[in-house]
Design a protein around this ligand. Structure first.
Ligand SMILES: [Fe+2]
Ligand SMILES: [Fe+2]
Length: 274
């Protein structure tokens, strides 16, 4: 079973460049050309947030039109640049929330050999990660329902430190999240937000972040690092379950990386909802 994790598209519907530099529509087109030629086709795609750059409706429409023909199963989480209301209305079934906590875009996919648990860590107007009590209870209950069954837990914000100081912001209620994941050693945690691949352990389980579809974070392991990007190769993660083992592969998207930069991130917080 092949699950593609695609993250951080930062699409704009107004034709302007993201952070005044990046043509994220072109990044999407390059991704689509790559995925159209991918064999075998993935069994599912999970989009781990920052789908839009500023939450505009046209960005979600562009994403839906581009990806819908490529995969029968697509699931989506919000990042700090997204708006839940527009994701709900435009992406529909991709982010059908669990009826137990309809205010978040948490969902559990239970009919595959690996469970997909999508945890919504976004709070409108905030750049950093959040673990509200209701969402924490949902995740804990889901993991307890099927102990020992392999589970990929997806969220936008990584709860672990990256070493790049500007991105290592406080994560609200992270102790609860750590306790919950620590009680599920059969789970693997896969996040977005960092715009580059990082592999570590968190709460005793394998944990990682995905490259971005658009704009890779400049690797700067200083207290101020992590606040600029560079036009390296775009990429994604391919999670492959062979029936006994889960391997996560870093994949690159053919394009025209110039490795130019670093460029600063500006206007990096999502808009609050109406
Ligand atoms: Fe992002
Ligand atoms: Fe983000």
């Amino acid at each position: 079973m092949r699950i593609l994790q695609l993250s951080d598209f930062h699409l704009r519907g107004d034709g302007r460049r993201s952070y005044r530099v990046t043509d994220t529509r072109r990044c999407l087109d390059e991704l689509v050309r790559h995925l159209e030629a991918l064999t075998p086709a993935p069994d599912a795609m999970v989009l781990t947030g920052d789908l839009a750059d500023s939450g505009d409706a046209r960005a979600y429409e562009l994403l839906r039109e581009a990806l819908l023909p490529l995969c029968r199963r697509i699931y989506a989480l919000p990042g700090n640049h997204d708006r839940r209301d527009r994701m709900r209305s435009i992406l529909g079934a991709w982010c059908a929330p669990d009826p137990g906590i309809p205010e978040f875009l948490c969902q559990a996919v239970e009919d595959m050999p690996v469970r997909l648990l999508l945890f919504d860590s976004m709070s409108p107007g905030s750049h950093s990660g959040h673990c509200p009590d209701a969402a924490a209870r949902w995740l804990e209950a889901k993991l307890r329902e099927r102990p020992g069954v392999p589970a990929l837990v997806f969220m936008h914000h990584p709860p672990f430190k990256s070493g790049m100081g500007a991105m290592d912001e406080p994560f609200e209620n992270v102790a609860a999240l750590e306790k919950i994941l620590g009680g599920a050693p059969w789970a693997t945690l896969a996040c977005g937000h960092m715009h580059r691949p990082i592999f570590t352990r968190y709460a005793g389980i394998p944990a990682m972040t995905s490259p971005a579809v658009a704009m890779q974070l400049e690797l700067d392991l200083s207290p101020e690092g992590g606040d600029t990007f560079r036009m390296e190769c775009s990429g994604y993660l391919l999670h492959h379950w062979d029936g006994a083992q889960l391997n996560s592969h870093v994949c690159q998207i053919p394009g025209t990386p110039g490795f130019d930069g670093p460029y600063p991130f500006v206007d990096k917080v999502n808009p609050t909802e109406d």
